[in-house]
Design a protein around this ligand. Structure first.
Ligand SMILES: CC(=O)CC(=O)C(=O)O
Ligand SMILES: [Mg+2]
Length: 219
């Protein structure tokens, strides 16, 4: 008999990680990107997951690895073309996530018109916290997410600043990509992204609901 799986360990399910870019106007502006009128989507593979206790690895080809703290939405019930009105019924819970980004590689990909895979999808590019059940965040559209590097606050934003709301994103994404139980949606980062170096310590949290700590290492 197959062992039953629990969404509290969603990162073990091997499901999709769907990321939304430029969902905060202040971050789009700090990188001199246009504020989008439609969600910008990209993917990470499940091999991008890393949990506390293991390091975030700087890819050998990058010398400018950035942190991006983001609220992650864990899908509990799959669907295609999910209406916005019932989108939150598909959410099992949340996780605090980092969308680690090789910014120098991303800039090069952008200038050559190439996809962002090398910049965004490498092993350990998606550090995640423990699973946060839905009931613990009654209003995911208005929570503080923050990140410190070596005890210095770098990112401190509220999900109320998102351009596209969580129900809108679930509905929009599911029109294009069928959502499955165990999928994770990264909802974009607020301003304050910056470089991390080998041996840095990253601490991040969703208010005082959940926090996590990671060390940075080199391949
Ligand atoms: C410019 C980016 O890397 C977009 C992104 O991931 C974001 O969160 O915004
Ligand atoms: Mg991001």
């Amino acid at each position: 008999m197959a062992a039953s799986r629990s969404l509290t360990r969603f990162w073990e399910w091997g499901r999709k990680i769907i990321c939304v870019g430029r969902n905060y106007a202040d971050h789009a502006k700090e990188l001199k990107n246009a504020v989008p009128t439609e969600p910008v989507l990209f993917l990470k593979p499940p091999s991008a997951y890393v949990k506390e206790g293991s390091p975030i690895l700087v890819p050998a080809y990058s010398s400018n690895l950035h942190h991006e703290v983001e609220l992650g939405v864990v899908i509990g019930k799959g669907g295609t073309a999910i209406p916005r009105q019932s989108a939150m019924d598909h959410v099992a819970g949340y996780a605090l996530c980092l969308d680690m980004t090789a910014r120098d590689t991303q800039d090069e990909c952008k200038s050559k018109g190439l996809p962002w895979t090398l910049a965004k999808a490498f092993d350990t590019s998606c550090p995640v916290s423990e699973f946060v059940p839905k009931e613990k965040i009654p209003d995911p559209g208005n929570v503080r997410i923050w990140l410190k590097v070596n005890d210095q606050l770098r990112q401190d934003g509220s999900t109320s600043q998102m351009i596209f709301s969580i129900p809108y994103l679930i509905s929009y994404i599911s029109e294009i990509i069928t959502l499955e139980e165990g999928d994770l949606i990264l909802t974009g980062t607020p301003k304050g992204v910056s470089s991390v170096q080998e041996h840095d310590e990253l601490q991040a949290g969703i208010e005082d609901i959940v926090s996590m700590t990671f060390r940075v290492d080199r391949h």
